[in-house]
Design a protein around this ligand. Sequence first.
Ligand SMILES: CC(C)(COP(=O)(O)OP(=O)(O)OC[C@H]1O[C@@H](n2cnc3c(N)ncnc32)[C@H](O)[C@@H]1OP(=O)(O)O)[C@@H](O)C(=O)NCCC(=O)NCCS
Length: 155
Amino acid sequence: MNEETQARRAGIPDLPRLISLAAICAGAPQWSQAVWQEVIESSEDSGARVVLVVERRDEIVGFGIASLSADDAEIESVAVDPALRRQGIGRLLCEEMLDWARASGAVQALLEVRVSNGAARALYESLGFDVRRVRKGYYQQPVEDAIVMSLRLPI
Ligand SMILES: CC(C)(COP(=O)(O)OP(=O)(O)OC[C@H]1O[C@@H](n2cnc3c(N)ncnc32)[C@H](O)[C@@H]1OP(=O)(O)O)[C@@H](O)C(=O)NCCC(=O)NCCS
């Protein structure tokens, strides 16, 4: 990976570039601008959520969203520009989200992923996540089962 690649917290000025990136990433949330704004504002206003971005040459090329509920952290989303995949950006975003979760007192990280999403499943497995169970018909458009994965976070 390019040594200069770093993740940072997203802010409202990142909204247009975040929405554009999500639009070209199948599997990423396709939220309205209002919802994206709410998500970023909630990450700025409370310690219960983080939105991270990776930027290269003024473009946002990856983002990750995680939240806290009691002592569980949830990886809500991670997405990388299709042209820049397999360069470690997804792993960097996940590692930074897990660091944030640990620093925020979470004892485990949880996530759901589509059964058919081999790339994301491989990424999470490479980080040490284990399969916990299957949620039947959890996703819509298309309807598909979710795999629930978890990772113990060492204190
Ligand atoms: C999943 C996703 C974020 C991975 O991002 P990435 O930057 O390509 O991932 P990385 O380069 O950090 O990969 C880290 C490891 O994950 C695994 N991995 C990632 N993509 C993989 C693929 N297509 N096939 C097999 N393994 C893969 C590998 O173990 C890889 O390590 P390696 O390259 O040294 O073998 C990216 O494919 C993506 O944006 N997908 C669309 C959005 C999505 O589905 N997000 C998840 C649900 S919200």
